[in-house]
Every structure is written in structure tokens, then in C-alpha cells.
Write a protein that binds this ligand. Structure first.
Ligand SMILES: Nc1nc2c(c(=O)[nH]1)N[C@H]1C(S)=C(S)[C@@H](COP(=O)(O)O)O[C@H]1N2
Ligand SMILES: [Mo]
Length: 337
């Protein structure tokens, strides 16, 4: 049932501007989705943040968010000597297939997503299951800023200042049972506002699902984000709650989460289900293991012009080896890609 048409002629190893590859990844999903233009509302951000991140569109954060903003404005895990990607690029070059398959579709269409009220279900192998309103769900957690590289499997990358809290804090709250070995995340399913879910051609079996091993989720780098650039998440970036696992390819960082389940078996994840020979469960950034149709040794750091591409070498675990390599001791990363 897969529509995959990789041709050798589509693939230029030396070309890390892989527009053809985006297109071929999109072809896997079938026909493009009709756009639905919705103008976004004016949003609020405070003056200090506008100064730190020029070009940030004002947000309209719920009051609980503003109250929880970190007092320390610069997180502990910074990206040294690398510039934060301009807000405009981070919010207008997105993957969020629920809103369309083109990079501009999420910005154009995600305004229709209703993020308030929002509830999150926690279930499965936990001592304290429940359904929480987002504000209540967030009560136990202190927000922090984390500036991370984001490396998409398509070989482009950005540097994004997230606002969130470690998943380890959530796990402490909900008390996984001894049977819990994985954590599974699910995105909202709402064909009314998500045109990608209405497309009869798309091969994605909605809702979008992602997962981590429990020890990966416990790693201090793994966060649940509710904001970026000093404001709440724009809808196209996964409002109001998304995963961020910076040492893994971007598709692991699932957006607009409505369900978090602790489970005993490795979850069936979306991209793995679509093409398991191309997208694995682990999806650790690895410059030595190429995608079957393109190299992963290099990446385009956005913004990157067509005539002056900003190309850099991809780092093992996206540059976070010191923090995460020990999670994979003894695991064959060539097989477990
Ligand atoms: N629900 C959902 N989450 C998703 C996706 C998606 O299509 N749907 N795309 C993933 C991919 S491929 C990437 S690279 C990142 C992009 O995040 P960004 O748009 O905030 O940069 O989101 C990930 N999370
Ligand atoms: Mo991605």
C-alpha cells in the first residue's frame, strides 16, 4: 500500500538541499492536502523577550503560562557559538502533516486549531492515571528555557529556544508501575480543524503516535515544551504541548499531545509504521547511518539560501553524545536506527 517511487536519479549524495527528498517523503503520503487559509490572531509577548529574540510575534499566553515563566532567562543547556534560528523561520518552515504536507501549510492552516480548553489523558501502567485540564496538568512543574538544536531526518536543522519541563518530573508525578517500559504519546485527532486528517489519500493512520523507552524519557534533556522564544508555542509548532528530544530526528518530537500512556510494549510509531526501512523507533541523529535515499552526514542549518547554503556536518546524537550516548551502550545503532 506504500507509494514509494525512489529513483537513483532523484538522489544526489552531495546535495544537502534535499527538496526532492521532501517531495518524495511527501509522496509516501499520497496527494497533497487542500489548504485552508486562516489568519492568525494577534499574540502577546513581553518586551524583554521581544528584545532577546528579534522578530518574535507577540503571543497571547494563558495566565498560568505567564505566571510559570522561568525567572532565569537563559537555560542551563545552551548551544554554544550557534545562533538561535530567527523566529520567522522556526514558525514558517514546519512539518505538521495534520495541517498539510508543504512546509508553509502548518503556518497557514494551524490557526484553526483550538488549544483552549485542552486536556491531557495520562493512562496505562501508572499509579495515578487521569484526565487533566492543561492548567492543572502543568501545576507541579517549573518551566525552564532550553536552547536545543533540532535536526529533521530530511537534513535541515534549526536552533530553538524552548520553554518546558523535563519528562522525568512528569514520571515522578504519575508513578509508573513496575510494568512500564515505554512511554507513548498521541496527537489530537480532529479532522474538522486538521485538513491532513481529512485527506483520503494520506497513508498516515491518525492520530500521530510517538514513543520513547522509559530510560530515554528519564534523560534530563527530554522535555515537554509549552513555549518557545519566550512565549507560548505557536499552533504550527505543536501548541499547547509537545515533546522535544533533541538527540533524535525531529519526527520523534510529537506535537499537540492529548494522551500520554505508560506501556509495557514498544509502541507502534507513525513514521515507523509508514516506512520501517526508512524510519526507525530510535531515530537517533547519526551521521554515520544514512537514510536509504540520502546522506545524514550533513545538514542545512536554516535560514539557508539556495545560492549560499548554510551547510554543516551533522554531529553524533545531534551534539548531545555526552548526555545520551550511555543510553545505547551495546545497542547496534546500524540495526536500531
Ligand atoms: N503530530 C505531529 N507531530 C510532529 C510532526 C507531524 O507531522 N505531526 N512532524 C514532526 C517532524 S518530521 C518534525 S521535523 C518536527 C518539526 O517541528 P517544528 O515544525 O516545530 O520545527 O515536528 C515533528 N512532530
Ligand atoms: Mo522531521
Amino acid at each position: 500500500m506504500l507509494i514509494k517511487v525512489p529513483k537513483a536519479s532523484d538522489c544526489h549524495e552531495s546535495d544537502v538541499t534535499p527538496e526532492p527528498f521532501y517531495l518524495s517523503r511527501r509522496n509516501v503520503l499520497g496527494a497533497a492536502v487542500a489548504g485552508l487559509a486562516v489568519s492568525s490572531l494577534p499574540r502577546w509577548a513581553n518586551a524583554a523577550d521581544a528584545e532577546r529574540y528579534p522578530g518574535v510575534e507577540p503571543g497571547k499566553a494563558p495566565s498560568w503560562f505567564a505566571e510559570k515563566l522561568p525567572a532565569t532567562k537563559w537555560g542551563a543547556v545552551n548551544v554554544k557559538d550557534e545562533a538561535v534560528t530567527p523566529f520567522k523561520d522556526a514558525t514558517h518552515y514546519n512539518n505538521f502533516y495534520e495541517f498539510g504536507a508543504d512546509k508553509g501549510d502548518p503556518a497557514a492552516n494551524a490557526g484553526a486549531l483550538k488549544t483552549e480548553p485542552w486536556s491531557v489523558v495520562v493512562d496505562g501502567e501508572v499509579g495515578k492515571p487521569g484526565r487533566y485540564e492543561l492548567e492543572d496538568f502543568m501545576k507541579p512543574y517549573q518551566l525552564e528555557e532550553r536552547i536545543y538544536r533540532l535536526r529533521c531526518v530530511e537534513a535541515w536543522s534549526m536552533v530553538i529556544p524552548w520553554i518546558g519541563f523535563p519528562i522525568s518530573a512528569l514520571l515522578k508525578e504519575v508513578e509508573p508501575t513496575s510494568k512500564a517500559r515505554f512511554i507513548r504519546f498521541e496527537t489530537l485527532q480532529d479532522p474538522k480543524t486538521m485538513p491532513g486528517q481529512r485527506s483520503g489519500f494520506a497513508l498516515i493512520d491518525w492520530p500521530y503516535v510517538e514513543g520513547l523507552r522509559l530510560d530515554e524519557a528519564m534523560n534530563p534533556l527530554a522535555i515537554l515544551a509549552v513555549g518557545m522564544y519566550g512565549r507560548e508555542l505557536p499552533n504550527q509548532n505543536g501548541a499547547p504541548l509537545r515533546l522535544v528530544v533533541p538527540w533524535k530526528y525531529g519526527f520523534k518530537s510529537i506535537k499537540s499531545i492529548v494522551r500520554i500512556s505508560l506501556v509495557s510494549e514498544q509502541p507502534k510509531t507513525t513514521w515507523q509504521s509508514i516506512a520501517s526501512d526508512e524510519y526507525g523507533f530510535y531515530a537517533n541523529v547519526n551521521p554515520t547511518v544514512d537514510h536509504p535515499r540520502w546522506t545524514q552526514a550533513r545538514e542545512r542549518r536554516l535560514p539557508s539560501g539556495l545560492f549560499k547554503p548554510n551547510v554543516r556536518d551533522t554531529q553524533m546524537f545531534n551534539g548531545y553524545s555526552d548526555e545520551v550516548a550511555s543510553l545505547y551502550t551495546g545497542l547496534d545503532l546500524r540495526k536500531n536506527y
